[in-house]
Structures are given as structure tokens and as C-alpha cells.
Design a protein around this ligand. Structure first.
Ligand code: SF4
Length: 223
């Protein structure tokens, strides 16, 4: 042990805790925010490695995953909002994916003035390989207890919902930002209700990217 200064809890100082004690931020909040930042860095690193190993850029990687998830509903404007980049950037990256024959475009059957993108069979195969980018993280999570994971899921999705309401996160298709989510009156182990599907469920079943999601009125106006 070096001679680093100890804090009130007897442990060494934590670099994630801001030294200005006048800030109205709790130490634990700062350390948790720091841990989430580390986790975000780890996720980005894993995603980058997987993308470069498959010969696509990180943006092309994310686009392929989103075009696949949107299942024939992917428009440039929606993809730009979801990935927080300009429509020109999305169009350029989609052009590259088309030249690689990983995505294809067609007129939107709902509004033929728009164009929608879908993955090709080659894109489908690449999507399957790219989807394993979080393998190391999934392996680590496999040994964590289900109750802890369910609580972590609720807490993280709660943070995403707050940031979505504040306009920091543009798109969040989670239960906690959904107009069909009802958390009034239920009881453990299924305290929530999806009023669209008339199903009761608990923390472990909270959806992160639901195909049936519709933004609730107070959820920052995003998707
Ligand atoms: S529609 Fe999807 S996101 Fe909305 S409450 Fe139901 S399961 Fe959750």
C-alpha cells in the first residue's frame, strides 16, 4: 500500500470522485457514473474489435445491427436520430454497405417518397457474426445472480428513461419509456403490466429494444 491519502471511509481516494466537495453530487453517484463510463468504454472497444475483424467501420457495424432490428422499416432519417449522426453520414455509410451487398434499398410501401433499407442474405450472415460482439461480457454476466441482474437492468433502464426525458438520449425503445407500460398496482414478482399485450411481468423481463414500443407522451418527444 502506498502513502496515498485516505478518505472518510478509510479507503484510498477514487479518481472518479470530483474533488470539489461543494458540488451537490454524492460520492456513490460519481463512482457509479464512473463505472458506467468504464463499461461504455469496454463495450465500445469490443464493438470496434468485432467491426474491424469483419472489415466494416464501427458506424457500418451499428447501422447493420439497426437496419436488421428495424426489420424493413429502416429509413435514413430514423437511423440518423437513433445513432445521433447526420443523415448525410448515414447515407454515405449505407451506400458503402450497399456496394458491399450487405443492405438493399426499396421504396417505402407506406410512403413511396421514402426509401427503406433491409439487410441482404450476406448482411444477415454478417449480422449473425457481428451480434456476438458482446460475447466476453455475456460470459461474465453468466455467473451473476438473476436477482442482481434484474435489479441492474431496472436501474440502468431507469437512468436511460430519465436521460431520454431530459432530451440527452434521442431514442429509447424500452418499457420504461413506453406508453403501454403500467407500474401502478402490480405486486412482486410481476409488478408491471404491458397494457398492449395484457401481460404482467417483472424487472428481469423489462425490454431494452421492443418492436412494439410506442413513446409515452412525457418521454421527451423521441421515439
Ligand atoms: S409494448 Fe414493449 S416496451 Fe411497451 S410495455 Fe409492452 S413490452 Fe414493454
Amino acid at each position: 500500500m502506498t502513502s496515498h491519502e485516505r478518505t472518510a471511509d478509510g479507503l484510498p481516494e477514487d479518481a472518479t470522485v470530483h474533488p470539489d466537495a461543494s458540488l451537490p453530487v454524492h460520492d456513490l453517484d460519481q463512482r457509479l457514473a464512473g463505472a458506467l463510463e468504464r463499461m461504455g468504454h469496454v463495450s465500445r472497444t469490443m464493438l470496434l474489435r468485432q467491426a474491424y475483424a469483419e472489415g466494416v467501420s464501427p458506424l457500418q457495424h451499428q447501422l447493420l445491427l439497426r437496419v436488421h432490428a428495424m426489420a424493413g422499416r429502416a429509413r435514413v432519417s430514423d437511423l440518423a436520430v437513433e445513432l445521433d449522426v447526420s443523415q448525410a453520414t448515414v447515407s454515405e455509410a449505407l451506400g458503402t454497405l450497399r456496394r458491399k451487398e450487405l443492405v438493399t434499398k426499396a421504396p417505402d410501401p407506406v410512403d413511396r417518397r421514402n426509401t427503406i433499407y433491409s439487410v441482404t442474405s450476406a448482411g444477415e450472415a454478417l449480422h449473425t457474426r457481428l451480434s456476438s460482439w458482446d460475447g466476453p461480457l455475456a460470459e461474465s454476466l453468466a455467473v451473476v445472480g438473476d436477482d442482481d441482474k434484474a435489479t441492474a437492468l431496472r436501474v440502468v433502464l431507469g437512468l436511460v428513461a430519465d436521460l431520454h426525458d431530459d432530451g440527452v438520449v434521442a431514442v429509447a425503445r424500452t418499457c420504461l419509456t413506453c406508453r403501454y407500460f403500467d407500474d401502478a398496482g402490480g405486486s412482486t414478482p410481476a409488478p408491471y403490466r404491458c397494457t398492449l399485450l395484457a401481460v404482467d411481468f417483472g424487472d428481469a423481463q423489462l425490454r431494452v429494444d421492443c418492436a412494439e414500443h410506442e413513446a409515452r407522451a412525457s418521454a421527451g418527444g423521441g421515439a
